[in-house]
Design a protein around this ligand. Sequence first.
Ligand code: GH3
Ligand code: MG
Ligand code: MG
Ligand code: MG
Length: 312
Amino acid sequence: FLKPVRPTDLIDKLDQLTRKEEPAPCRVLIIDDDPSMAEYHAALLEQNGMKTLTLRDSLKVLDYLSVFNPDLILLDLNMPECNGYELAKVIRQVPAYFRIPIVFLSGEKNLALQMQAMATGGDDFITKPVQPEHFICSVRLRAERMRLLRQYMERDGLSGLYNHSVMKQYIERLFLQALRSDTPLSLAIIDLDCFKDINDTYGHVAGDLVILGISRLLEQRLRSTDIIGRMGGEEFAVIMPDTPVATAYQVMEEIRTKFEGICHESVNGTFHATFSCGLAGFPRYTDATGLYNAADKALYKAKDLGRNRICT
Ligand code: GH3
Ligand code: MG
Ligand code: MG
Ligand code: MG
């Protein structure tokens, strides 16, 4: 005998499935040619729950930025290969890194030179030797704000997955990476079936719960290196690096089966939901747009063939 579902139960469930703010620690990139200095600053931050990466060679910075994805950059001013002024200017020229706070960390006492450094795009100037409490507090506040800002800009409000514009950037970037390293890559586009009917029959709160349900299921089942996003409405995309289409098909098929088995609750009774999925991959498609269009076309094929299936 089933207990009737109250609207508040659904709201509680929505809350439960909504991903809370990321628990991951703030990431701080330290660029300093003096290893003992860098180590000391890194230790201070690590002891206070932050993750750090130290680079001695300022010329390597751009390579590491996209990999480490820092919430804040600590930049030494005087370095042999490329000084802090020049480096800050270069970093600021990359649109994706425009917002990352840059804090200069230098023994430079000359106020005019400090101002000159700030003018290149620095957010603050801390003189060495640092006062530890002040240093930790200053770095933490800026890094945490950056992480929150990033969350708002990059994530979809309901599902917590990456939003449309971030996914488009990832598709371009990961496609180029696959091309360069000549490794396979798969792209899946997922669309919930007859979702309008689900909303109409069971209410939009239940619909939202289905969106959250598929979001959490994708996160649980896929690898941490896979990129999952909500493209809009009831459409999702998954980028799977290092994964040939045949493997991606198996994984998505497993997710599809699991999803159709989930019993969703609503004030108008329980129900099941399904999705259709289009798959395409590199090396078959040789540019990111072609790949996306192919996956989209495969999705339409899946819909045409009767939904609740995966097509390539
Ligand atoms: P198909 O199987 O062909 O995809 O049919 P469909 O009904 O899923 O497709 P259609 O594009 O006609 O309708 C999509 C519906 O998804 C319409 C819209 O109300 C609903 N929807 C979009 N975003 C949300 C959301 O955030 N929450 C809820 N509850 N519904 C949403
Ligand atoms: Mg130096
Ligand atoms: Mg749909
Ligand atoms: Mg749709």
